[in-house]
Design a protein around this ligand. Structure first.
Ligand SMILES: NC(=O)c1ccc[n+]([C@@H]2O[C@H](COP(=O)([O-])OP(=O)(O)OC[C@H]3O[C@@H](n4cnc5c(N)ncnc54)[C@H](OP(=O)(O)O)[C@@H]3O)[C@@H](O)[C@H]2O)c1
Length: 284
């Protein structure tokens, strides 16, 4: 049985590829730039651009199971092609934002919802993964922490339950390789709720150099988010992120037991993610 991993060069996709290889499963992977994908030996790497579903004709040949990166453009056409090629089961990387109570005013939630709905309409067996904030989002602080030991954080007291990308991949691999995950939707989180300030503290503990946090609220938070996300040009994105951050201050972020239930092992603590990635936060 060949498994195709799309988004194989991403934080999650790379870990899905590694785990499938370790399990001895034939892995095919796609990238828009296969020559520079840097995937391990033993992976059958093909070109594929989800914006251009026809580019997957070769990559889908002989594939039964698919790990799908959530790219909305061309999704219906891509799924038709996958079905016609013999794919039977799709494991979709979606987002916890789909479950937000105000999803209609949440551009990220709406985008992922549109992909989930397309997968549902395709009639293929599906497993939907809805992770919350990735631990790897903290890498956006790495240049500032390396250069000055200080990071400016919009709503530093806002809370999240950061999940290690390897734990998302581990659930994906279980869903791809074992029975009983068809038509399931899994809300995935890390093991504990914490503030963004606490994440920065744990990065400081991992590197041995304390991180100074500048807590930005209101207009200052908006200005920072404009710098971080303004370039994406997504209408309503900054308002929605600001609203989510502000609303979570003083509350505990949801924590699910899904990673442990599906994989049989506890999800990785953010402190351990920080230790693993401490080099990225350490000045040369
Ligand atoms: N960050 C979070 O907190 C969070 C939370 C919930 C859900 N998510 C979801 O997870 C995604 C990020 O996943 P990640 O961190 O694993 O990825 P990533 O590290 O951001 O890398 C992006 C991946 O998407 C692929 N890609 C982008 N456009 C593509 C296209 N048109 N056709 C084919 N592949 C394309 C890239 O492949 P190539 O460049 O090699 O072609 C690359 O592998 C987000 O976009 C979101 O949907 C994120």
């Amino acid at each position: 049985m060949t498994v195709l991993v799309t988004g194989a060069t991403g934080n999650v996709g790379r870990k899905v590829v590694e785990s499938l290889l370790a399990a001895g499963v034939p892995v095919r992977a796609t990238s828009r730039n296969p020559k520079t994908a840097g995937l391990p030996a033993g992976v059958d790497v093909h070109a594929g651009d989800l914006d251009d579903p026809g580019s997957f004709k070769d990559a889908l040949s002989g594939v039964e199971k698919l790990f799908l990166f959530p790219n909305p453009s061309g999704i219906a056409e891509f799924l038709d092609l996958a079905k016609a090629s013999g794919v039977r089961h799709v494991v979709l990387l979606s987002s916890a934002a789909v479950g937000a109570p105000d999803v209609t005013s949440h551009p990220i939630g709406l985008m992922h919802l549109s992909v989930e709905q397309a997968v549902e309409r395709s009639g293929l067996a599906r497993t939907v993964l809805r992770p919350g904030a990735f631990a790897s989002n903290a890498l956006q602080w790495a240049p500032a922490i390396r250069e000055s030991g200080e990071v400016r954080i919009p709503y530093a007291e806002s809370t999240l339950s950061p999940i290690h990308e390897r734990d998302i991949a581990a659930v994906a691999v279980q869903a791809l390789l074992t029975d009983g995950h068809e038509d399931a939707t899994y809300e995935l989180t890390g093991p504990e709720s914490m503030t963004q300030r606490r994440q920065a503290e744990l990065i400081g503990a991992a590197t041995g150099r304390p991180v100074a946090v500048v807590d930005l609220v209101d207009g200052a938070a908006r200005a920072q988010l404009e710098l971080d996300y303004g370039g994406f040009g997504v209408p309503g994105l900054i308002d929605s992120v600001l609203g989510t951050y502000a609303a979570s201050v003083g509350t505990a972020a949801p924590v699910t037991d899904t990673v442990a239930r599906i994989t049989g092992r506890a999800p990785t603590a953010f402190a351990d993610w920080a230790l693993e990635h401490r080099q990225a936060f350490t000045a040369a």
